[in-house]
Design a protein around this ligand. Structure first.
Ligand code: G4P
Ligand code: NA
Ligand code: NA
Length: 194
């Protein structure tokens, strides 16, 4: 998605050879027009997949997930990271290992909002090592629902998540794939011809 790539080039800040900061439009301040375009693009890509729910993880996935759900005409659910003190037995929960923070987080979704009837589009802002995606897939499977695919705003192609998930046969659609951040230079994977 060209506008997204331009935005990353113009406003992204390379923090290290493996991390890029995009606080001006995705992770802190949010560009709603860009989010709308992202939502329309994911809705177009998954238009024929019978999606009934969009599932993301709080907090940065919510904005693009909300716009995607709006375009698809379905609800959006965000998995929570904090442990709920109540209704623990009424939750699907999964453990997510964060390489960056070296900690294990529990993510959860209420059993009220995912059922075996659902066909779920999982969405996240970043795909790095794929641990969050794995946790979200686990929640969907616990509900007996099916995963239509993964919608990713920015994939870091030099980390293993994308390969790991695609090898499992999961459809992964990323709107921008960064192949390298070395020497403060952002390199993208070439977009395939439409
Ligand atoms: P990992 O698989 O690479 O270890 O990912 P990890 O769970 O450690 O990621 C921690 C957080 O950092 C996640 O957001 C993830 O989306 C985000 N992230 C990973 N790589 C990058 C990057 O290069 N740039 C930016 N800006 N974010 C990255 P989170 O903790 O869930 O936070 P939230 O923003 O969703 O609240
Ligand atoms: Na995230
Ligand atoms: Na984030």
């Amino acid at each position: 998605m060209e506008r997204l790539q331009e935005k990353i080039i113009n406003e992204g800040r390379v923090l290290s050879p493996s991390v890029i900061k995009v606080d001006s439009f995705l992770n802190h301040q949010i560009d709603p027009i860009l989010m709308k375009e992202i939502g329309e693009e994911f809705a177009r890509l998954f238009a024929d997949d019978g999606i009934t729910k969009v599932l993301t993880l709080e907090s940065s996935g919510i904005a693009p997930a909300q716009m995607t759900a709006l375009s698809l005409g379905v609800p959006v659910i965000f998995a929570r990271k904090r442990k709920s003190l109540t209704l623990r037995d009424h939750l699907y929960t999964s453990k997510v290992h964060s390489f960056t923070k070296q900690e294990i987080n529990e993510i959860s979704v209420s059993k009220d909002y995912l059922s075996s009837e659902d066909r779920v589009l999982i969405l996240d802002d970043f795909l790095a090592n794929g641990q969050a995606a794995k946790g979200l897939i686990d929640l969907v499977e616990q509900a007996g629902a099916s995963v239509a695919g993964l919608a990713i705003v920015i994939e870091k192609g030099f980390q293993e998540g994308g390969q790991l998930l695609r090898r499992q046969g999961i459809r992964v659609e990323s709107l921008a794939t960064i192949t390298s951040l070395v020497n403060d230079t952002i390199t993208f994977k070439k977009e395939e011809a439409p």
